[in-house]
Design a protein around this ligand. Structure first.
Ligand code: SAH
Length: 285
């Protein structure tokens, strides 16, 4: 992918048929679980590491207090390295990796955390919520694409827009992306973050994602970015036949669950791996 191709707005075709390299995963992909609880510590620790204590505890070589979004502290090379790490952890789908390489993740985190946007960790986005860890974003989308239609995704629904990052990645692998957020300021934040990227195929919705989006259903892919104790039946009903849903399920111990809709009245569920997400909550705030 050329440097020019990586800039938004991208035409969908710029990543669709791309013969992106298929990295060879390492023999035993390391499973790392980033927890929302550690997001703030991650941020703090990395800021600490980036600084060098000077005399009398003063900070030398401290990064600028307010890094500009227009001149981020990151480069395309850092994002390429992030994608290589995601591949090393076991994500093989070249199209997903290309989409991850295309989306400027630093534009979705608070300016003060921009220098950490490409580490493999969740980071705080305010309102006790987090931007998901890059590995898990890639992994969930890979699972969604591993369908009987050879990876074709027409309509996808995301529950939990947050800052809008995963929606942006999804927009490069699906024809239409619907994303619901229950916290109004985050819904607004996602709009603000996504606007400059001018992505035509994302529809953001403020509301309770546990109710799905009946007016746009059925979906051939549904992703939950927050963990419930089970997957709401309403969402299962909004899957197309042959459609796939990926969701973190559980409370303290969570697992990533894949649900496939076999027929009008049949769903098949399988457990993929451990994970840790913020909780799925009913209603709106
Ligand atoms: N998709 C985001 C992750 C956001 S964290 C990313 O790209 O990184 C999960 C989000 O789910 C939070 O913003 C939280 O407010 C939201 N959420 C939790 N329960 C929800 C519900 N019932 N409906 C919609 N959003 C919900």
């Amino acid at each position: 992918m050329s440097g020019k191709d990586r800039r938004f707005p991208l035409s969908l075709s710029s990543v669709v048929e791309k013969n992106a390299r298929t990295p060879t995963p390492s023999a035993a992909p390391a499973i790392r679980i980033a927890t929302p609880q550690t997001a703030t510590q991650n941020a703090a620790q990395n800021v600490t590491r980036a600084r060098e204590p000077g005399e009398n505890g003063a900070i030398r070589n401290a990064p600028p207090a307010t890094p500009s979004r227009a001149a981020p502290l990151v480069s395309d090379a850092v994002r390429v390295a992030m994608v290589a790490r995601v591949a090393k952890q076991g994500v093989k789908d070249a199209r997903v990796l290309a989409a991850m390489e295309a989306v400027p993740r630093h534009l979705f985190v608070q300016p003060g955390l921009a220098s950490q946007a490409y580490i493999d960790a969740s980071l705080p986005i305010g309102h006790h919520q987090t931007i998901s860890q890059p590995y898990i974003v890639a992994r969930m989308i890979e699972v969604l694409r591993d369908n009987a239609s050879g990876g074709r995704l027409d309509k996808v629904l995301e529950i939990g827009t947050g800052c809008g990052y995963q929606a942006a990645v999804l927009s490069l692998v699906a024809n239409e992306v619907y994303s619901i957020e229950r916290i109004k300021p985050l819904h607004e934040l996602a709009k603000t973050n996504l606007r400059p990227l001018r992505i035509a195929n994302i529809r953001l919705q403020y509301g309770d994602g546990m109710l799905g989006l009946p007016q746009a259903a059925p979906f051939d892919g549904i992703i939950l970015a927050a963990a419930g104790l089970d997957v709401p039946q309403t969402l299962l009903d909004q899957m197309s036949i042959g459609g796939r849903l990926v969701a973190p399920v559980g409370a303290r111990h969570q697992v990533l669950q894949l649900v496939e809709r076999i027929s009008k009245f049949e769903w098949r569920s399988s457990t993929l791996e451990d994970c840790h997400f913020v909780p799925l909550r009913p209603g709106v705030v």
